[in-house]
Design a binder for this molecule. Sequence first.
Ligand code: SAM
Length: 254
Amino acid sequence: MCHGVCVDENLWAAYDTMGPTFKQHAEDSAYNAHYDRPAVLAALGPVAGRQVLDAACGPGLYLRELLERGAEVTAFDASPVMVSLARQQTAGQVRIDQAALGKPLPYPADAFDLIVCALAIHYASDRAAAFAEFCRVLRPGGAAVISTQHPVVDWLRKGGSYFQATLETDTWHTASGDQEVHFWREPLSALCTAATDAGFLIEKVIEPVPAETMRERYPEDYEKLNREPGFLILRLLKPARDMLVNFPGLETGE
Ligand SMILES: C[S@@+](CC[C@H](N)C(=O)[O-])C[C@H]1O[C@@H](n2cnc3c(N)ncnc32)[C@H](O)[C@@H]1O
């Protein structure tokens, strides 16, 4: 299918090409290590003893943090290269599947207490289906924490209509050369509607600021991200059954 830019629908292909270069970058980059991960882990809250699904786990940097915090973790990613890096990272301690956001996931209903999906939902061509699968595999009362690029920032960078879902392309200048990365840009309301139509309640909308560790390590990014948004985090709740009395539309899917 063509959406302005003609690309393969498998937007994760860029991660197969980047491979270990992405892992090296994300270990200590301003936006991953000092901005996204601290804010998402804080939004996730205590994970010890909880069944946590890391959706689109990449090279396993979240897995490391979650295991250190005592979580029982399961993970998946669509990129075979990222699955292999994540398996190396966790030395066989974790079940890591090759599976795609927006497609049926290989887990039973109500299997997880928490889901983390960091910086990946914008690569799923069918975000509604991705949220529906998250809702299915979460237990009632469970929560999903989703981080993504801030839609207003993407619109300011790319122009055009804020309200139109658009397939965009960035060029990343990586240590192993330039890499085109395709992603979906859509208005905030469309992302929220995809989540709520799937059965979620939005518990928190977070516009993170950098961790203090960024101040000395990346002073320019620190100053910029304290002035303007970069990423957005949604904390979503799958309502417990007794909550549905207050939200009857959710019960029937109306
Ligand atoms: C920016 S990386 C984030 C990795 C990890 N969540 C983190 O924050 O360290 C995006 C990841 O999403 C994966 N990805 C892209 N499209 C996907 C899809 N449709 N289904 C599952 N994973 C996908 C990529 O392979 C890549 O590992």
